[in-house]
Write a new protein. Structure first.
Length: 265
């Protein structure tokens, strides 16, 4: 079967792990209609692949992603309202596909992450950045706004920080991105692969059904008062999951001082 991906590469660096690499280094991995379609397709494929436990999203070359391809945006500026709506829906659907992936997702960020590139990092569960990384929610510079990525940026850093980033388009360094929660870890560029691998190893130690349940549950929890509905949801969830085969194996492995059967050997 031929490779369906022209501007992405899909590799399996170790058992249980898939790495999706955006491969347009000449334009700093800026994305257009084709990359959006390929990202949507590959995350659909990986979500259904039981051999995949963790997905890493990376960018080839010096930069993670410069966001939207400016030629794509220029085409959009002269297109009809109907074309723009369908195009924006495809972009929104792709980000939702990444965010809803039932497997843990890790963004590996080096160099620039601009506009939609910030959105990609925020749509992943975990973002790890090299110390040369920089981030800018840059859309307002071009007379547009970060609409589709807005919910993901807001969820990552909170509304006030998201507003500041979007209104000023300021470019922040990796250390500030860490401080405001845009990324969860910063390391040197030379150590980026090792750091990502260490996180992947931690993720592989967790039960895949437990991780799927975590993502489903946390997506339903709001920050703020813990309502009776939230309490009931959490009680219903843990009571159900405690009785699964995976839970029984997890406790047996711990008490037997052996690796659980879901950990790749």
């Amino acid at each position: 079967m031929s490779d369906p991906y022209q501007i992405l590469s899909l590799t399996r660096p170790r058992p249980g792990v898939a790495q999706v690499t955006m491969s347009r280094p000449a334009v700093f991995n800026a994305f257009d209609e084709q990359m959006i379609a390929e990202l949507d397709t590959v995350f659909t494929q990986l979500a259904a692949d039981d051999s995949v436990r963790v997905v890493v999203l990376a960018g080839e070359g010096r930069h993670f992603s410069a966001g939207a391809d400016l030629q794509w945006m220029q085409r959009a500026s002269t297109a009809s309202r109907e074309w723009n709506l369908e195009d924006a829906r495809r972009f929104a659907g792709m980000l939702a596909r990444i965010a809803a992936c039932p497997k843990p997702t890790v963004a590996r960020v080096q160099g620039a992450a601009l506009g939609g590139g910030v959105g990609l990092a925020c749509a992943c569960d975990i973002a790890i950045a090299a110390d040369n990384a920089s981030f800018s929610v840059s859309e307002a510079k071009f007379g547009i706004l970060p609409a589709v990525i807005g919910p993901y940026v807001t969820n990552a850093v909170g509304k006030r920080q998201a507003l500041r980033l979007a209104l000023t388009t300021t470019r922040i360094a990796a250390a500030e991105a860490l401080a405001i929660g845009l990324v969860q870890q910063v390391t040197t560029l030379d150590a980026l692969n090792v750091t990502v691998d260490a996180t992947v190893k931690e993720l592989l130690a967790g039960g895949p059904n437990a991780q799927r349940e975590i993502k489903t549950l946390f997506a339903q929890l709001d920050v703020g008062p813990i309502t009776p509905e939230a309490r009931e949801l959490t009680a219903q969830t843990i009571s159900r999951v405690r009785g699964t085969d995976e839970a029984r194996e997890g406790f047996a492995a711990f008490l037997g001082k052996r690796p659980a059967n879901w950990i790749p050997q």
